[in-house]
Design a protein around this ligand. Structure first.
Ligand code: SF4
Length: 370
């Protein structure tokens, strides 16, 4: 495909927010630097129409690196006996949030492995405590697969958003990345439950994970068109030395950046982060991510002493600095690409507030599986 044809496809994607499968595949496979720069220009137009040049900050609190699962790509999988484990107390979590609030964060993301130590009630209590201390803030949970009842409990406790990357929307590919104890159908069920309950829901995939094909990536896009996530997080696969995928090659910043541009055109109103993984494979990855259409960054608020223990992959950046240092660094990076870090909850465009409990919360819509 020559540049003229590529430009036409990008223009079509810009206008229609969609392309046929074969067109998406050839756009992705035929990507060049010139195509990327044209795509990113269009992506910035769409982002700026919806969010201006504002980039939202999320304060990330990685509160436990225990996990009952054993995903083949993950450094904190339960099978990794070399991982030094930690848990933050409720009080430590509250302190991280208080400190983050002082620094200007208005969203806290509680992220962890699937750690049964924290009961459903404990998590609900932590959410309530954070919302009482900082009622103007949003609380995002990112703690894996649970029952619909548990998700509802946490929503009713005040959690606003939930991140659960689907990683791949292809069942056969999913089964190559996860042990038999994990189920593709359950992951999908969780995501549709979260949407139905009323969470602003985040999905997303790992790029260039082992065995991934371009057709898989197109399937990811189709799945997300059906789910309609408010947030989409993507990042390159990066191997961790103590996992079964240790010898697989890391993904490139280039593909992740290109897909950020495509996502912005297909999901113009989505909240799309420039992730730490992107900053790990490229020193300017997060700035480039913003230039490719991203509008969220997630600096780390976890205590500096535990950060280097939350290693999903090798070489992770920002594991040493204190939160205040991180946020200053991030603000400079955002400004360096002509954007502005804002103090705001940063809800998705058009967000109409929380669903009230009652009918809307218990409605059982038929779930359409992709
Ligand atoms: S990817 Fe998530 S669920 Fe899988 S082992 Fe890592 S922390 Fe656990």
């Amino acid at each position: 495909m020559n540049m003229e044809e590529t430009r036409q496809l990008i223009d079509k994607l810009f206008e229609q927010a969609d392309l046929e499968d074969a067109q998406l595949e050839s756009l992705i496979d035929g990507r060049t630097d010139e195509a990327a720069s044209y795509l990113f220009e269009k992506a910035r137009v769409r982002r700026n129409e919806n969010y201006g040049n504002k980039v939202f900050l999320r304060g990330l609190i990685e509160f436990t690196n225990y996990c009952r699962n054993n995903c083949y790509y993950c450094g904190i999988r339960c099978g990794n006996t070399g991982c030094e484990r930690y848990r933050l107390s409720t009080q430590q979590i509250a302190q991280c949030a208080d400190q983050g609030y002082e620094l200007g964060f208005r969203t806290f993301v509680l992220q962890g492995g699937e750690d049964p130590y924290y009961t459903d009630e404990m998590i609900a209590g932590i959410v309530r405590q954070l919302k009482e201390a900082h009622p103007d803030c949003a609380v995002t949970l990112s703690i894996g697969e649970r029952t619909k009842e548990t998700y509802r409990l946490w929503y009713e406790a005040g959690a606003d958003r939930y991140l659960l990357r689907h990683e791949t929307a292809d069942k056969a590919h999913y089964e190559k990345l996860h042990p038999a104890s994990m189920s593709f159908e359950n992951r999908m069920r969780c995501l549709y439950d979260l949407k139905e309950i009323g969470f602003q829901t985040g999905a997303g995939m790992m790029l260039e994970s082992p065995f991934q094909t371009t057709a898989n990536i197109v399937k990811d896009l189709r799945f997300m068109q059906d789910l309609k996530p408010e947030m989409i997080g993507i990042g390159p696969f990066i191997p961790h030395k103590d996992t079964p995928f240790r010898d697989h090659e890391a993904g490139s910043a280039k593909l992740t950046l290109f897909m950020l541009g495509i996502l912005r055109l297909m999901f113009p109103e989505a909240l799309i982060p420039a992730t730490t993984a992107l900053g790990t494979v490229d020193g300017r990855g997060r700035e480039k991510g913003i230039e490719a259409g991203a509008n969220v960054v997630m600096p780390n608020l976890s205590p500096a002493g535990v950060r280097e223990k939350y290693l999903l992959y090798d070489g992770k950046i920002c594991t040493g600095d204190e939160a205040a240092v991180c946020i200053d660094c991030m603000k400079r990076r955002i400004a360096s690409v002509g954007c502005e870090a804002v103090v705001a909850r940063g809800d998705v465009k058009g967000y109409a507030g929380r669903k009230l409990s009652g009918k809307a919360m218990t409605d059982t819509r038929q779930v359409i599986m992709p």
